[in-house]
Write a protein that binds this ligand. Structure first.
Ligand SMILES: *[C@@H]1O[C@H](CO)[C@@H](O)[C@H](O)[C@H]1NC(C)=O
Ligand SMILES: *[C@@H]1O[C@H](CO)[C@@H](O)[C@H](O)[C@H]1NC(C)=O
Ligand SMILES: *[C@@H]1O[C@H](CO)[C@@H](O)[C@H](O)[C@H]1NC(C)=O
Ligand SMILES: *[C@@H]1O[C@H](CO)[C@@H](O)[C@H](O)[C@H]1NC(C)=O
Ligand SMILES: *[C@@H]1O[C@H](CO)[C@@H](O)[C@H](O)[C@H]1NC(C)=O
Ligand SMILES: *[C@@H]1O[C@H](CO)[C@@H](O)[C@H](O)[C@H]1NC(C)=O
Length: 499
């Protein structure tokens, strides 16, 4: 009985004539009311709020929109209110400006809702880009007369990035792996070994797994088919691994080195309890005994051999330690075509060399002033002489929107920069035909640059594809120290966390 009454009441409420709703449509120009003189106009809004809303256009194709809600002021001027206009300005790479006008379907009969509480409305619209600042302004219509102050309310809203629980449904985020659930589990097997399991993504096949305590204590690259598959790897560590952080960096085609990284924690592996047949009779134990004895023998041999190895290792390594600390830096001249994305490619690569290969990097971009003084040919010749290695960095990552300098700015970056790459290429070409000079040159391909370039003479140089050949590249650079200093063993260490 009560239920029937309640639903009847609900039915009545929803059909009450005096409940205005909104009807919104775009209105980018001035409102028609603006042209007319109004003696009385409604007051401003009481509150304006912005959130996100996800709408599904089709399965797996979501659009993320702004959910703008506002509250009306409970005063007598509400009777004059006809509509509310909302304008959104987005400040991304370019500025955008759009407005909607929401008409109230009825005139307001009361200052508050019949059920009590202030009048609130919300409008879902305006597509939202990632990490963008928006200015949202709203005012009531009819607005104030032309030369009067128009009461309006505005808020700023900065949209979140791909890690947000709603933004992650943006196509761009999905491609960068936002919906990928690696479900990382990792445990410490023993002092030297950590077992890491994670689920690979159909989006790509290359992953870098780093184990970090304060510094990197272990890493491994993982290559898998691009499909969802549980992978298990054992990684050697050089320090205490319990509680260490596991970072899995994927390299998907659309995001390259900027894909969403995931983290996990190393816990202790559960102790595997080998059931021992205690209650069995002697014949079973008799069967086990030879096996146990031979296992014991093997273990002893391994232990003795291990101790011997450690003793030898210490004998060899200890005297070389001070030399390692005093090793001079490897001078590396990096030349790259000007059209490759400086920040994403050159900076990452430079950081890699500096942080992991004890390299001092010489970059054209950092020496603009010197180049202007010396002239490009003289500069290149001098740098070539000074450098231990010359690396041609090639990439297919040609993007005009990512140019940014990584530290070391010298001279005006705005001055018209001549592309030094063809000049360097031609200048160094003569060396490429001579075996004695050839060892100085290397070609590094970044992000799947292919060989269909105009620099076929470079084919004689050792080639490295990052990040596939990162270790080989490190080894190659390491040889430089071998040649110049002799015992340079630790020139590269294994913490290329940028990759
Ligand atoms: C709102 O009202 C104005 C003025 O009456 C009209 O021009 C406009 O088309 C209306 N918009 C919607 C979405 O109904
Ligand atoms: C928009 O925000 C309002 C107020 O926070 C909320 O009541 C409404 O459910 C939201 N709409 C959507 C589609 O998320
Ligand atoms: C919005 O941001 C602009 C520029 O950052 C600032 O000048 C303004 O005060 C902000 N307004 C609000 C309401 O936070
Ligand atoms: C993550 O992996 C563990 C171990 O394989 C499994 O028990 C758990 O259900 C997985 N969680 C999710 C969310 O897939
Ligand atoms: C990883 O997977 C293997 C094989 O499925 C399993 O035996 C092991 O317990 C897992 N380890 C962790 C740390 O999840
Ligand atoms: C893996 O992805 C690449 C590029 O997206 C595609 O060309 C290839 O066919 C995919 N391989 C598999 C096994 O899905």
């Amino acid at each position: 009985m009560l239920l029937v009454l309640l639903s009847l009441a609900a039915l009545c409420r929803s059909t009450t004539p005096g409940e205005p709703t909104i009807q919104c449509g775009s209105e980018n120009g001035p409102s028609p009311e603006w042209m007319i003189q109004h003696n009385l106009t409604p007051g401003d809004l009481r509150d304006l709020q912005v959130g996100l809303a996800k709408t599904s256009v089709a399965t797996e194709d979501y659009s993320i929109l702004m959910n703008i809600s506002w509250m009306l002021r409970a005063d007598a001027s509400i009777r004059l209110l006809k509509a509310t206009k909302i304008c959104v300005t987005g400040k991304n790479n370019f500025q955008s400006y759009t407005c909607v006008r929401c008409n109230y379907t009825e005139a307001f009969q009361s200052q508050t809702r019949p059920s009590g509480g202030k009048w609130t409305f919300s409008y879902v619209g305006f597509p939202v880009e990632l990490s963008t600042l928006y200015f949202i302004g709203a005012h009531n219509i009819p607005n104030a007369n032309m030369n009067e102050d128009s009461p309006s309310l505005s808020v700023n809203f900065t949209s979140p990035g791909c890690l947000d629980h709603i933004m992650k449904y943006k196509k761009k985020c999905i491609k960068a792996g936002s919906l990928w659930d690696p479900n990382i589990t990792a445990c410490k097997k023993n002092e030297k070994m950590v077992e890491v399991n994670f689920t690979t993504s159909p989006l790509g096949k290359t992953y870098m797994v780093l184990i970090q305590q304060n510094s990197v204590i272990g890493y491994s690259q993982v290559f898998e088919q691009n499909k969802t598959k549980r992978t298990s790897i054992a990684i050697q560590v050089t320090g205490e691994s319990e509680g260490a952080v596991i970072q899995v960096t994927p390299y998907f085609p659309t995001c390259g080195t900027d894909c969403i990284r995931r983290k996990g924690t190393v816990v202790l592996c559960p102790k595997t309890v080998v059931p021992f047949p205690l209650d069995n009779n002697r014949s079973v134990l008799g069967g086990w005994l030879p096996l146990l004895l031979s296992l014991l023998l093997v273990a002893t041999t391994v232990l003795v051999f291990g101790i011997y190895l450690m003793w030898r290792h210490e004998k060899i390594e200890n005297p070389s330690l001070p030399t390692t600390m005093l090793l001079p830096l490897i001078k590396v001249l990096v030349v790259h075509p000007s059209e490759i994305c400086f920040h994403h490619t050159v900076c990452y690569f430079t950081e890699f060399l500096q942080n992991n290969c004890r390299s001092e990097v010489i970059l054209e971009k950092w020496q603009k002033k010197k180049i202007a003084e010396m002239g490009p040919v003289q500069w290149l010749t001098t740098q070539k002489k000074a450098a231990d290695k010359v690396i041609f960095l090639l990439s297919n990552d040609v993007n005009t929107m990512c140019d940014d300098t990584c530290g070391h700015t010298e001279g005006a970056p705005t001055e018209n920069s001549q592309d030094l790459f063809p000049l360097a290429f031609n200048l160094f070409c003569s060396d490429l035909s001579s075996q004695t000079h050839l060892h100085k040159y290397m070609v590094v391909y970044f992000r799947g640059a292919d060989h269909r370039d105009n620099y076929s003479a470079l084919h004689v140089c050792p080639k490295f594809h990052l990040m596939k050949d990162a270790t080989a590249l490190q080894t190659q650079l390491l040889r430089v120290t071998h040649a110049t200093v002799g015992k340079g063993l630790q020139a590269c260490h294994s913490s290329y966390s940028f990759l």
